[in-house]
Design a protein around this ligand. Sequence first.
Ligand code: PBG
Length: 342
Amino acid sequence: MDEMNGFRRFRRLRQTAGLRRMVQETRLSPEDFIYPLFVTHGVDVRAEVPSMPDVYQLSVDQLPREIDDLRAHGIGATILFGIPEHKDPQGSDAYSPDGIVQRAIRTIKEHDPEFVVMGDVCLCEYTDHGHCGLLDGERILNDPTLELLAHTAVAQAEAGVDIVAPSDMMDGRVAAIRRGLDAVGFVETPIVSYAAKYASAFYGPFRDAAESTPSFGDRRSHQMDPANAREAYAEIAADIAEGADAIMVKPALAYLDVIAGARERFDVPLFAYNVSGEYAMIRAAGRNGWIDERRATLEALTAIKRAGAGQIITYHAKQAAAWLQEDWTSARRGVRSGVTAS
Ligand code: PBG
């Protein structure tokens, strides 16, 4: 039998770990990862999120140690979410100069100025009703919310944030934030917009972590319908036109087609958010012995990168970085890697 007889021997290049490694098309690196941090009020707080094993709400004083740990794993970026002591209808902690995220940014930047700090810009963690904007009865008001989002971005920029990342999905927020930043001289602060953000069930554990579950209703009046892909490209195009420097698709694993489509259509950096529910599922199945957690995690992250994401926001970041390090070490020594054929 030979190729002339109608088949190709694909297995030739799969015979050894060395060959497989050589022809691998997608390689993960800790530098691909952005690790989300939940910053809470209080002192000496390290509270594990029940639905997200190994993910903690941290008080500001814990951050320098956490950043050192991320550095040790080869990770150079974080995105911050805040859990304020007081919530109100306007979400004022989000844009207060002394708000929880602003304090976190200053603390991290003092400790490690080169560590990349992104600020999530949204009101839902800061409003007592848990919605992403100002309310009129049960309606979320678009235009009046824009001003508060711009204030939030400016407050983060004043604290020294590297990137602002609006996740609220109000229409026109990128333009409003750009105008707000420019007006006070932050013309160099980049905006990474959560451009295609779906109304997803996979955010469930995050809302435990960020204490941001809406007190009534849901987010379907502003986040996207999971059934729509064309609309995602329209959202992305609009955000780029408004001044977004980079874009994000969220969640990641159930939306790999949207990541691939966005990669093909738009020439800006493309972030993907591997969200809390996606993390929790793999962790839960792993804990139960129902899945090989290491392989499943690296496979999922590889898929997100293969689909076209350049940056991956993921709660798996530290563990994945440690596993990648182990794989490299064994590859360098010529030892068979942990991944065996099955
Ligand atoms: C909104 C925000 C959410 C997430 C990131 N930013 C929650 C939401 O839209 O309800 C979800 C992230 C995750 O699930 O990991 N500030």
